[in-house]
Write a protein that binds this ligand. Structure first.
Ligand code: ZN
Length: 187
């Protein structure tokens, strides 16, 4: 679980900045989009977060992003029980957002900024190198974790926080049922 744009902005006491970009429709019409807001970091991002930042990040871990909370609520409403924010394997040093250990199903809901969503990611204009290194490390880590979990027999689902929570919930339920069915027949 990583902080959302808004959480990041708050963390840097940030002003939010909106960018506009244009694209063309298939009919050749130009459309102006407003991309998601991202925080302007006025000072150098901390290489070692202050205790205050660490404390806030810990709090965010347990609360979850808006999308994650929406997905959890939908699952609850559908009577689905699950674990949140757990370690699938302590050696991997990663936490799964939603999942089940018994059927080895791990769901990650990735933030558009932190995980460089192809639709919404806009690189910060300041401290470019610092951000690039940090965010590239994130995406490399994502790929590595997905691979390692898969090697250990986990089914890994990754969603973007911009996706429809109802769709995410349905996909999770479908895979859970599928994995549960397999677990029963192989018993
Ligand atoms: Zn996105």
């Amino acid at each position: 679980m990583t902080p959302s744009f808004d959480e990041l902005a708050r963390q840097f006491d940030g002003s939010l900045h909106t960018r506009k970009h244009a694209s063309k429709t298939t009919e050749g019409k130009t459309v102006i989009h407003r991309s998601r807001e991202y925080p302007i970091v006025e000072t150098s991002p901390p290489t070692s977060p202050s205790s205050e930042v660490r404390r806030r990040m810990r709090r965010q871990k347990t609360s979850g992003t808006r999308c994650e909370i929406a997905v959890r609520k939908i699952l609850h409403r559908r009577g689905v029980r699950f674990r949140v924010d757990f370690q699938p394997n302590p050696a991997l040093r990663t936490r799964v957002d939603i999942g089940w250990k018994n059927i080895r199903l791990a769901v990650f809901i990735d933030g558009c900024f932190w995980h460089k969503c192809p639709d919404h990611f806009v690189a910060p204009k300041t401290n470019t190198e610092w951000w690039e290194a940090k965010l590239n490390a994130n995406t490399e880590r994502d790929a590595r974790i997905t691979h390692q979990l898969a090697e250990q027999g986990w089914e890994v689902l990754r969603f973007w926080e911009h996706e429809d929570p109802r769709h995410i919930a349905s996909e999770i339920t479908r895979l859970r049922d599928e994995r549960s069915g397999e677990a029963i027949t192989s018993r």
